[in-house]
Design a protein around this ligand. Structure first.
Ligand code: COI
Length: 368
């Protein structure tokens, strides 16, 4: 980015904070947002933190027509010592740039993006909730703003960061969710955009999710787009299975999202010397393991979902009840350890957490 200075214009009308003990996911937003613009030939410019507000966009902005947009999701946690910690934010910025590359969006300067996140969270410290299971969800996103109806990469973009104090993503919380294995629709295929965090992947997943929800399932488990045979991921999380003492997760193949939580769980399991493998795994193999009594646990991982045990999988008109529909021992240990590291109550042997430093207080803009 060419302009490293971040202008700060604080709100004069702070909002009433929601009840931090009853937070839903993604419904409340803090007082400020970060914005930086991109113009071809000029690069990223005019980085600023401003009061949270609606945007004015040209209706011909290319994002509305061809979906050139990417996003990220990470969280800030309030610790017992009143510090605020980020969890592996560098991983999110790297993935943002991989998504940018796939969508022909110019790269962001990862350091500036991290500095911007640090700065806005420092300003919004009071919005980092303290209740158990809550955090401040950080949503960086980039979208094409050039008014043009030709199909081509845009010459203008906005990179925005908004913040939302959140509770659990699923209404079940840490309790097991029910997931239906999807047979009709596919999420992604090799060579597509499956491993990019881009809106279209999520828009395309809604139909299957709607059908599954009507049947009482929280989300769907996607199979591969080519053969409709191999397990890929759930809409908002990666998936893991414990089979006969060994943990398996689908290996990254270009159509699966490279989850930061997925990577952290793999590292934790290796650290504990628990056998783990990233491999291609078909739904038939999983079914066989279930029938043989070898499927011991299943859980999803994601920033929003954290560790979410799966108590039931619906497949070919059969309900596969996993671990009696209860949270497994390993899922619980992973949840406790991961959230402990994130909250600073457990040792952080990998150096994953980053403290949000207190900066010079910015002054509020004078009312007009
Ligand atoms: C996240 O886990 O942060 C995600 O981006 C998933 C989202 C679709 C809620």
């Amino acid at each position: 980015m060419t302009d490293f200075k971040i202008e700060v214009n604080l709100t004069t009308e702070p909002k009433q904070k929601p009840d931090f003990d009853h937070l839903e996911f993604g419904k409340n937003f803090t007082d400020h947002m970060f914005i930086v613009d991109y113009t071809e030939g000029k690069g990223w410019h005019d980085a600023r933190i401003v009061p949270y507000q609606p945007l004015t966009l040209d209706p011909a902005s290319m994002v509305f027509h061809y979906g050139q947009t990417v996003f990220e999701g990470l969280k800030a946690y309030h610790t017992e010592n009143n510090d605020v910690l980020l969890f592996r934010p560098d991983m999110n910025m790297k993935r943002l740039n991989r998504s940018n590359d796939r969508l022909c969006i110019p790269p962001i300067d990862e350091e500036l993006a991290l500095a911007a996140i640090q700065k806005i969270i420092d300003i919004e410290r009071e919005w980092v909730p303290t209740a158990q299971g809550t955090s401040l969800y950080i949503r960086p996103f980039i979208f094409a703003t050039e008014p043009y109806l030709g199909v081509a990469p845009s010459s203008r973009y906005k990179f925005i960061v908004i913040l939302s104090p959140v509770g659990a993503y699923y209404k079940e919380g840490i309790n097991p969710v029910k997931i239906a294995v999807e047979r009709k629709y596919v999420r992604a295929t090799i060579g597509g955009t499956g491993n990019a965090k881009t809106a279209g992947n999520y828009a395309g997943s809604l139909k299957a999710q709607e059908v599954a929800e009507k049947e009482g399932y929280s989300q769907v488990l996607w199979l591969d787009g080519r053969e409709n045979k191999y397990i890929e991921e759930v809409g908002s999380m990666n998936i893991f299975f414990k089979i006969k003492g060994k943990v398996v997760t689908p290996k990254l193949n270009g159509s699966i999202l490279e989850g930061v939580t997925r990577d952290s769980i793999l590292q934790l399991l290796k650290h504990w010397n628990i056998p783990v493998s990233e491999q291609q795994i078909s739904m038939e193999e999983l079914y066989q393991a279930y029938k043989d009594g070898h499927l011991e646990e299943a859980f999803g991982t994601g920033t929003a979902a954290v560790i979410s045990p799966v108590g039931e999988l619906f497949w070919e008109n059969e309900k596969l009840i996993i671990n009696n529909g209860e949270t497994g021992e390993l899922s619980k240990k992973l949840y406790d350890t991961l959230t402990g590291i994130q909250l600073g109550t457990e040792p952080d042997p990998f150096g994953w957490t980053v403290k949000v430093e207190k900066q010079e207080p910015a002054t509020a803009a004078q009312p007009k």
